[in-house]
Design a protein around this ligand. Sequence first.
Ligand code: URP
Ligand code: ZN
Ligand code: ZN
Length: 461
Amino acid sequence: MKTLIKNATIVTSTAEYTGNLLIADGKIQAISKDASYDADETIDAEGKWLMPGAIDPHVHLEMPFMGTYSSDDYASGTLAALHGGTTTVIDFILQTQGDTLANALKSWRSRSDDRCYCDYSFHMAVTDFNDNVAEEVKHFIENEGITSFKTFMAYKGALMLDDGQMTALMKVVSKNGGMVTVHATNGDVIDNLIAKHKSEGKLAPLYHYLSQPEVTEAEASSRFCDLAHYADVPAYIVHMTCEGAVEAIRKSYHRNQIVQGETCIQYLSLDASLYEKNFEGAKWVMSPPLREKKDQEYLWSAINQGIINVVATDHCPFTWEKKLLGKDDFSKIPNGHPAIEHRVELLYSEGVAKGKISKQKMVEVLSTNPARIFGLAPQKGDIAIGADADLVIFNPNKKHTLSAKTHHMNVDYSCYEGWEVTGKCETVFLRGKKVIDKGEALIKPGFGEYQKRSKVSWKRS
Ligand code: URP
Ligand code: ZN
Ligand code: ZN
């Protein structure tokens, strides 16, 4: 089956030109500014953009967390991802403290295999480091294609590693060609503030925000960079929200350390005033919390400066019924918000259409950088001959309204209800197959393939 997409404005992280692209056997077989090709199907994409399928390297599907599970399973979450132009996701496996990484992998693959619509891969969250885990880390990098190891500096008692375990893990990962990623917030300080607010009877969602001030993120980000420098490990900080935290990365540049930074679409588009809506603010209870408008401006600028390299979602939805678990106590509200479907369109609408970033930068932080950083390149993340034909036909002029009534995520509210966005992912290809067209899914669960990832390519030595 050959498909020709003609007259498209081809947008990559480095270029933009009008051209024709031929898909054959799931790959991009030819690209030309003027030559045409014989094909079984021809799509005229005049006036539309053709972009690489987006990669979301931070999602939590059907994740056991805070006494419940995130509400999108591997089918609903990956289908919603495709509707929004995301063709590959990287989810997180969580080691149970006291148990092995192998058991965690088995448990996660039993929920995900044969269910995904889009391609998928996993980071491994190490929550309990010891000699046996060190051996497993080597095995995961060499044999499972899992090359990124997530750590938590918060969520004590369930997920948090102490600094000794963190450093020991970093050294093993470094030696074996992987990277360490981190949720960088100071768990002890946060737990202390939560206890203080609760003892004062301050129980509304607003106090979730007030229990995680900027310093908790800035301090942990800086400490993580220092430990990663000491261990000489490739480092990546997830869901960065504010100046204090991102400055830790800037500081690491002065000693020629490479730390990659990620923010998420919500931190660029929403702010902490939402926590003043009494309990409705629970919809936006996530960690770290939303910050101030000044932080949004700072993050846009850090993207342009190349300090923030990836815009992800940290998609972790909970239905309203589950959010109500924290009706009388903000610390029991499951942390997380739904966004897997909206990242591409929001980044275009809030970023490119409003003149904050270029379209090349958008492709870079949505596709090309996640593929490069996480070992999915060269088969994913770019429009290039021989790459997987993961492609999005994007209409930059189409306006539409985001709503729980029309989204595909398995959650009964939208954190962007009523937002009018400019730009729509109209047709999506995954490995050459047209998978979404005009709002319809053309595949079944299980079409998504598990992706083994390569070792880190961006370590200095
Ligand atoms: O609130 C969040 N971010 N929930 C998901 C878990 C995490 O910390 O990433
Ligand atoms: Zn986190
Ligand atoms: Zn997360």
